[in-house]
Design a protein around this ligand. Structure first.
Ligand SMILES: NC(=O)C1=CN([C@@H]2O[C@H](COP(=O)(O)OP(=O)(O)OC[C@H]3O[C@@H](n4cnc5c(N)ncnc54)[C@H](O)[C@@H]3O)[C@@H](O)[C@H]2O)[C@@H](O)CC1
Ligand SMILES: Nc1ncnc2c1ncn2[C@@H]1O[C@H](COP(=O)(O)OP(=O)(O)O)[C@@H](O)[C@H]1O
Ligand SMILES: [K+]
Length: 518
């Protein structure tokens, strides 16, 4: 699913009115009516007090349309205008007149937080104060109103975006943002719903279709894209009946040191389970027996050193190499990695200590082959790009590193973000059960396995991140967040593949729940 920028959304609105020959007021009517339909379907006329707080722009206009329909359908609705500016939008004013025609209870004007009404925790708050037009911090009294929403504990439904969030930059003050239980977003979810610092402002979100011009939606390239089954399924490479293991490539996993051979075990097993034809592990001598005994399917090559890797030499011709897991960062291993990179021409996935070594010696970056994949967790990323001031700054820094060295960078975490040059892909699978040792090693194995069997680096990365999270989502059903371990994720890779071909359970766009609330 494309994530449109604020400018693209405004342009889509404008083009829609032009091509469908409707006014912006008509489009607002559609938007507000969609919100009303959504509430009406769920409330079925219930007389719970609904407090609709409207700003003075078009987001407020949506709120007024909603309040009018709620009123005419007999709901118990109280409407407020949070009068933060005298510059009211045209469509706000039109709808302000329209609501006055259907009710004797005109919207209550608020110019400070002192006249905030009493709101019971079982009431409903609709937040239509700011939409995507927010361009500077809300006034202090408006922020106080947002805090009063929260203090009331009433269910809070935000229209389009929780008020106080920008679409394209970080917030300055967490207290000046509405904490929504649910956000109904027009046409496309907003990027900030997925970033660590701002995802928490809405527990769930859902997209409402307001009939924006189809051609525009289909043909407009966005900088960000949400990755779910719909995007992944077309990347899948089916197997032919007469295929043999030679068709699915040879993957090489290089890593391990004394006490960290398990990382190579996990990556090699997940590499096999992702479908690679052959998998070889290259480890220090101490890893030989445990690997041979525990995964008979994997071939093992060893370094001459017992406890660490000192010289990466092999007599096979792999199609893809995953390197760095459990590797250690001692001097000898750093040198071995550098010598290897100087001669390597293979597709590479670099993880863990592989990244730490590169972060220590940045000149190694230029030795990486085109479209090398780096899979840093937050600490490794910080070593690589330095500290960032906020999520947007982080993404900018990752994009410039990716562009400068032609790298695919997997920023791991809840909603893993894959960055390639200026484009970002946000994964939708995965859960907090994955915050456990070794799950990153599993991801490295899957990406390497997919490249080995013929996937191009970028599709391989998207596919792997999706499947890795999906496997964990399947496994967590049996194990729960606490007892899920990396090996369980490997065991469910098969089910995650099969799941790709199951029809979706819901026909409409499901609501998306932020993980922290589960
Ligand atoms: N453009 C359209 O045709 C449609 C717009 N829609 C709604 O319109 C919203 C965007 O509306 P607007 O562009 O009017 O913007 P908002 O309603 O988000 O904000 C209103 C205006 O307040 C001003 N402002 C921004 N930050 C402020 C601050 N901190 N203090 C005081 N004033 C501030 C800005 O001039 C801004 O335009 C969307 O989020 C969506 O809800 C929907 O009705 C669908 C159709
Ligand atoms: N809260 C979370 N929600 C979803 N995915 C998560 C969460 N925490 C961690 N993960 C995923 O688990 C993996 C952890 O990788 P990493 O930190 O490298 O683990 P390790 O180094 O132990 O192998 C990443 O793929 C990351 O995206
Ligand atoms: K809002």
């Amino acid at each position: 699913m494309k994530l449109f920028s604020k400018e693209q959304i405004y342009e889509g609105d404008r083009l829609t009115t032009e091509r469908q020959n409707i006014s912006s007021t008509d489009l607002m009517e559609r938007a507000g009516t969609q919100i009303f339909n959504w509430m009406h379907m769920r409330m079925q006329g219930a007389q719970v007090p609904v407090h609709v707080f409207c700003g003075i722009g078009n987001n407020g206009g949506d709120g007024l349309v909603l309040a009018r329909h709620l009123t005419t359908h007999g709901y118990n609705v109280i409407t407020y205008v949070v009068n933060y500016s005298e510059t009211r939008s045209k469509d706000f004013l039109i709808n302000y007149d329209r609501i006055k025609n259907v009710s004797k209870d005109w919207p209550k004007m608020m110019t400070n937080s002192a006249n905030f009404p009493k709101i019971h925790k079982d009431d409903i708050i609709v937040d239509a104060v700011f939409g995507i037009g927010l361009n500077r911090p809300p006034a202090e009294w408006v922020a106080e109103i947002f805090q009063k929403f929260r203090a009331s504990s009433a269910f809070t439904l935000s229209i389009d975006i929780p008020s106080g969030l920008y679409t394209d930059k970080a917030i300055a003050n967490e207290n000046a943002v509405v904490h929504a239980n649910y956000t109904l977003s027009f046409q496309s979810p907003k990027l900030v719903f997925f970033l660590p610092e701002t995802a928490k402002f809405t527990v769930q979100w859902e997209v409402l279709d307001i009939g924006i011009d189809r051609d525009y939606l289909v043909n407009t390239e966005t900088e960000a894209e949400l990755i779910s089954k719909f995007e992944i399924l077309p990347l899948y490479k089916p197997r032919e009946k007469f295929a043999h293991k030679g068709n699915f490539g040879h993957a090489l996993i290089i890593g391990g040191s004394h006490g960290k051979i398990g990382a190579v075990n996990l990556a090699s097993r997940s590499c096999l389970s992702s479908g690679a034809g052959l998998v070889t592990a290259f480890v220090p001598e101490c890893g030989y027996h445990s690997l041979q005994a525990s995964i008979p399917e994997v071939m093992v090559l060893t370094d001459k050193e017992e406890r660490y890797i000192s010289d990466i030499k092999f007599n096979i011709e792999p199609n893809a190499i995953g390197i760095g897991i459990g590797l250690d960062t001692r001097e000898e291993t750093m040198k071995a990695l550098e010598s290897f990179l100087e001669i390597n021409k293979n597709n590479l996935v670099v993880d863990a200590d592989g990244i730490n070594i590169i972060a220590r010696k940045k000149s190694l970056l230029k030795l990486l082959p085109p479209q090398t994949i780096l899979t840093p967790h937050p600490k490794e990323l910080e070593r690589l790009i330095g500290k960032w001031s906020d999520d947007f700054d982080k993404l900018d820094k990752v994009k410039s590193l990716s562009s400068m060295y032609n790298l695919i960078i997997v920023v791991k975490g809840a909603n893993t973000v894959i960055v390639y040059k200026e484009k970002i892909y946000i994964n939708t699978t995965g859960n907090p059960g994955m915050a456990t040792a070794g799950t990153g090693d599993v991801l490295t194995g899957i990406i390497t396995g997919l490249i080995a069997q013929g996937y191009e680096p970028l599709p391989a990365t998207l596919f792997a991140v999706y499947i890795h999270g999906r496997s964990a989502d399947i496994a967590v059903e049996d194990y729960g967040y606490q007892s899920l371990i990396a090996s369980h994720i490997i065991e469910t890779i098969g089910e995650a593949y099969i799941d790709l071909f199951k029809p979706p359970e819901q026909t409409t766009e499901p609501a998306q729940e932020q993980e922290e609330q589960q």
